[in-house]
Write a protein that binds this ligand. Structure first.
Ligand SMILES: CC(C)(COP(=O)(O)OP(=O)(O)OC[C@H]1O[C@@H](n2cnc3c(N)ncnc32)[C@H](O)[C@@H]1OP(=O)(O)O)[C@@H](O)C(=O)NCCC(=O)NCCS
Length: 205
C-alpha cells in the first residue's frame, strides 16, 4: 500500500511513523523544498507539490502533513478536487469511538482518544496523547496539539489551533482560526481569529 505525503517536515516524520504503524508499507514524500531535502528519516522525498498533483493516481492514499492549518486544508481540498484518494491515518495506539467520524486527510497520533459521537472534519490533526471527548464538533483544518484535553460538547471552528497542553471546558465554542495558547485553560467561548493565553485563558494583548 503506497502512501504519498505532502510536507517533508518534522510533523511529516510523525505522520510517516503513524502511517507505518497503521499498515502503509511504502511512504513517499513530496515537498516544494525537495531538492535540498531528499529523505525524511529513510523515506524518499521525490518531488514538489506539482509533481504530486501529476502523479496522484499512482498512490493508494495521499495525506498532507503541513503544520499551518490553512495551508494544510487548502492543499487537502485541492488534492481531493484533483481526484486524489485523500485518506485519514489513525495510529493503532489511538482510541477512536465507533460512533465518531473522522474526515478525509485527518491524522490521529499515538495515545490520543476521541470519544463517542464526536465529529472531526477534514485535514485535522489530533496530536500525540490528546483527548477529544464526547459530542465535540471540530471543523476542517483544526489542530489539537500534544497533550490537549478537550471536554465534551466543544465546537472548534475551521482551522482553530489548540496549543500544546491546553484544556477546554465542556460546551465551549471556539471560533475559526482562533489560537489557544500552550497550557491555556479555556473557560469562556473564544471568538474567531482571537488568540487566548493563560489560566483562565484571556485574549493576548
Ligand atoms: C500563544 C502563542 C501563539 C503566542 O505566540 P507569539 O505571538 O509568538 O508570542 P511570544 O512568544 O512573542 O510571546 C509574547 C508574550 O506572551 C507570553 N506567552 C506566549 N505564549 C504564552 C502562553 N502559551 N501562555 C502564557 N503566556 C504566553 C510570552 O511569555 C511573552 O510574554 P512577555 O511579553 O511578557 O515576554 C504561542 O506562544 C503558543 O502558545 N503557541 C502554541 C504552540 C504549540 O502548541 N505548539 C505545538 C505544536 S505541535
Amino acid at each position: 500500500m503506497k502512501l504519498a505525503v505532502l510536507g517533508a517536515s518534522g510533523h511529516g516524520k510523525v505522520v510517516a511513523d503513524t502511517a507505518r504503524a497503521a499498515g502503509w508499507s511504502e511512504i513517499t514524500f513530496f515537498d516544494d523544498a525537495w531538492m535540498g531535502k531528499r529523505f525524511v528519516t529513510h523515506h524518499p522525498v521525490v518531488g514538489d507539490a506539482a509533481a504530486l498533483f501529476r502523479s496522484v493516481a499512482e498512490y493508494d492514499g495521499v495525506i498532507v502533513a503541513i503544520g499551518n492549518n490553512r495551508v494544510r486544508l487548502e492543499k487537502t481540498r485541492a488534492l481531493i478536487d484533483a481526484g486524489a484518494r485523500v485518506v485519514s491515518v489513525i495510529h493503532p495506539a489511538a482510541v477512536v469511538s465507533g460512533s465518531s467520524t473522522v474526515g478525509e486527510g485527518s491524522v490521529i497520533m499515538a495515545g490520543s482518544v476521541v470519544q463517542a459521537d464526536t465529529c472531526l472534519g477534514a485535514a485535522c490533526i489530533i496530536n500525540t496523547n490528546a483527548s477529544v471527548d464526547h459530542d465535540c464538533r471540530l471543523a476542517d483544518g483544526v489542530h489539537v496539539c500534544p497533550g490537549v484535553a478537550i471536554s465534551g460538547d466543544v465546537v472548534g471552528g475551521e482551522c482553530a489551533w489548540f496549543g500544546v497542553g491546553a484544556s477546554v471546558r465542556q460546551g465551549m465554542r471556539i471560533g475559526a482560526d482562533a489560537v489557544i495558547g500552550a497550557g491555556a485553560a479555556v473557560v469562556k467561548d473564544v471568538d474567531a481569529k482571537t488568540t487566548v493565553i493563560g489560566v483562565p485563558a484571556k485574549p493576548a494583548s
